[in-house]
Write a protein that binds this ligand. Sequence first.
Ligand SMILES: [Zn+2]
Ligand SMILES: [Zn+2]
Length: 445
Amino acid sequence: MFTSNLQTDMGFLKFFNLLMFLLSFFATQPTFSYSSSFTSKFLDLAKEPNVADWMVDIRRKIHENPELGYEEFETSELIRSELKRLGISFKYPVVVTGVIGFIGTGRPPFVAIRADMDALPIQELVEWEHKSKVPGKMHACGHDAHVAMLLGAAKILKAHEKEIRGTVVLVFQPAEDGGTGAAKKVLDTGVLENVSAIFGLHVTNIIPLGEVTSRSGPLSAGVGLFEAIISGKGGHAALPQHSIDPILAASNVIVSLQHIVSREADPLDSQVVTVGKVQAGSAYNVIPDSVTVGGSFRAFSKDGQMQMSQRIEQVITGQAAVQRCNATVRFFKPFFPPTVNNGDLHEIFRSVAGSMLGINKVKGIQPLMASEDFAFYQEVIPGYFFLLGMENASVERLESPHSPYFKVNEDAFPYGAALHASLAANYLLKLHQEVPVVEGKYNDE
Ligand SMILES: [Zn+2]
Ligand SMILES: [Zn+2]
């Protein structure tokens, strides 16, 4: 009896474990089911030469003529001429060179998809047919690809405009990389006031072509930049007693700044302080008057950022004083907030990307210490940012963004365009299913 009871118990336990496994399995699977015409069919469309090759042509044109932040005049002109050709209405200028397009009913709900447009002050070292024609400037972060893919999405969405349950807002944003917070300026124009959700992507060499990666919650850190001038009294290197040496003070400042993270931050709350700029002196036998020290600091919360900025200022002025120097510290505002992905949009992303690429191609990722000004949108609009894989190791290994050897794998474009289009269209479809929109007169502009 005991044995048979035990066997029965064991049998029940096995059944119970199986039940729990199945429950947990289904609990982690995407729960939304979306229109396949907005997922696999969009990808098929994006792979057709009139979309795929067209995106490649656009990207190469932009790549040959890179423009820095707020100077993207020809890039903007190219975007507008393509939108006109597609019959897509737009607003321009939005923050100098920005373009905001509209596809769909022209009425709520509104969902935005965003691309950045700016290049970097880097000399391209890749030798190829479409190398940058502007000395010292290069699309080394893939923003040329981002523009091309957003235009690809626009073309796909325009072809399905009648099926769109609301309005897709195309955001071509200037100056992502300059550290000036252009995304905040776009928000300040009010052009995204009625937008219910915003999606953005960045190409990456850290995952293979055909895969995407992101996470719910914090994806990348917030960042702030600082610059300090430490002033002493210059003089002859042989007579330090007649000088006040700012280089020694700066050395102590740099070492002490590293103690903020190592001794004051919670080890489980990631933070970074990096001094990336030190400028002083021009002779071997002269103590200079002053030293400029600059750097960046990163954290995953606004409180963390504020606290770090306070301590950076205290450490710099305090350590300078120890060496009889004066210091002034300047912070470049606004600080970039952390990029925090909305949990509901994460589910939509997993569902849409999973049905388009296969759920095994939708990867998770640890939070990154890099920053992205898309975070400004996420402070006021539920937003979702993800990385689009383009590594194809069998062909070549790609360099990281901001390298003069940076290359884009153009085979990734159909995936990026289709995902942009599908996320926007499916998001609106979901809203439509949940909250039927009351038809009525609505003036957006
Ligand atoms: Zn960049
Ligand atoms: Zn970038």
